[in-house]
Design a protein around this ligand. Structure first.
Ligand SMILES: CC(C)(COP(=O)(O)OP(=O)(O)OC[C@H]1O[C@@H](n2cnc3c(N)ncnc32)[C@H](O)[C@@H]1OP(=O)(O)O)[C@@H](O)C(=O)NCCC(=O)NCCS
Length: 148
């Protein structure tokens, strides 16, 4: 069974390990902790048998929701955990009255782009050289409604 709950500082090393194996340019443990202090209600983890298998970090900016990061441990991908984490964040955003969500994704990250499109995101623009290594970001947006 997958439990979705708020991140706690004791989860830091497990979350960092998923971050490290998932991204070219991972956030440091210190940055993850800063994000927790800034966005406690929207930093969620997915737990299975007492282990952290995925996480999502989001924030509210004015009247919009922003997905800062999401990752699932490679062993647990394609089992629906990423979808569960995103839907939980959509529910929290809806409680806040938020109607629009956006995120950035590397243009080369085709798996994640498919994942987001399946969740109803659409492309809005490209930001040139968004990432530290110079790669462009695709900006994706989604409108929240009662049935999604
Ligand atoms: C993107 C990510 C969070 C998706 O998590 P997940 O738990 O594997 O996603 P789900 O199992 O909920 O996937 C739902 C659907 O999205 C699509 N999808 C997900 N990953 C995909 C991939 N690698 N390639 C193609 N489609 C994919 C599929 O349609 C999938 O449904 P299916 O498995 O029934 O075909 C995960 O692949 C990951 O951690 N990637 C590395 C980190 C990353 O790139 N994060 C996003 C940065 S912006």
């Amino acid at each position: 069974m997958i439990i979705i709950r708020e991140f706690k500082p004791k989860d830091l090393l497990q979350v960092f390990e998923i971050e490290r194996v998932s991204f070219k340019d991972p956030y440091s443990p210190l940055l993850l902790l800063d994000l927790y202090y800034l966005h406690k209600r929207t930093f969620l983890v997915a737990e299975k048998n007492g282990r952290i298998v995925g996480y999502i970090i989001a924030r509210v900016v004015c009247d919009k929701g922003h997905i800062i990061a999401i990752a699932v441990h490679p062993k647990y991908r394609r089992c629906g955990i990423g979808t569960i984490l995103m839907k939980k964040i959509f529910d929290i955003f809806k409680e806040y009255g938020i109607k629009k969500v956006w995120l950035e994704v590397r243009v080369s990250n085709l798996g994640a782009i498919k994942f987001y499109k399946k969740l109803g995101f659409h492309e809005t623009k490209i930001i040139k050289h968004y990432y530290r290594d110079g790669e462009d970001a695709l900006v994706l947006e989604k409108l929240l409604s009662f049935d999604n």
